[in-house]
Design a protein around this ligand. Structure first.
Ligand SMILES: [Cu+2]
Length: 140
C-alpha cells in the first residue's frame, strides 16, 4: 500500500515537472534556422522588446546573404541592436524604432556571434544583462 502511494506521488511529481517545463520554455528560444528565400536571401524576422530578442538563437548559412527584419514591441524603453563580427564581415550598431528595420549582410565565416541591445540606464543593469541578447550561428 505504501509503495502504491509513493508511486502515485512520484507520477504526480513527474507530471507537474513536465507541465512546468513546458510552460517555462519560451518558443522564441528554440533555434531558428533561416531558409533561403526565393530572392536568394535568408530571411529572419526578429521581435525585440523588454528585454528579449525572438528568436534569440539564429542559424544561417555562410556566404549566403542574410536579411534581418527587426521590429520592436511598443513601449517606452529605447532599444538597439549591436552585432559586431568583423571576422565574418558583419557590423550592425543601430537604434531600434517602432517601425520595422531591415539589415542585410553576408556572413563570410562560420562561428557563433553574439548580438545584443547595448542600452543601459545610469547605474542600472544593462539590457544585455537583463537577457536582451542572442546568438547568430553561422554554419557551413
Ligand atoms: Cu534594450
Amino acid at each position: 500500500m505504501k509503495s502504491v502511494r509513493f508511486l502515485s506521488l512520484f507520477v504526480l511529481a513527474l507530471i507537474v515537472c513536465c507541465i512546468a517545463g513546458r510552460v517555462g520554455a519560451q518558443p522564441g528560444n528554440k533555434p531558428f534556422r533561416a531558409a533561403v528565400n526565393i530572392d536568394g536571401m535568408q530571411h529572419v524576422n526578429i521581435l525585440a522588446g523588454d528585454y528579449f530578442f525572438k528568436p534569440s538563437h539564429i542559424i544561417v548559412k555562410v556566404n549566403v546573404p542574410v536579411k534581418f527584419v527587426v521590429r520592436v514591441e511598443r513601449g517606452i524603453i529605447p532599444h538597439g541592436l549591436l552585432l559586431r563580427a568583423p571576422e565574418a564581415n558583419i557590423s550592425i550598431d543601430e537604434e531600434l524604432s517602432g517601425e520595422s528595420q531591415t539589415f542585410t549582410f553576408t556572413p563570410s565565416a562560420p562561428g557563433k556571434y553574439a548580438f545584443y541591445c547595448p542600452k543601459k540606464l545610469f547605474f542600472l543593469k544593462s539590457h544585455r544583462e537583463h537577457g536582451m541578447e542572442g546568438i547568430l550561428e553561422v554554419v557551413e
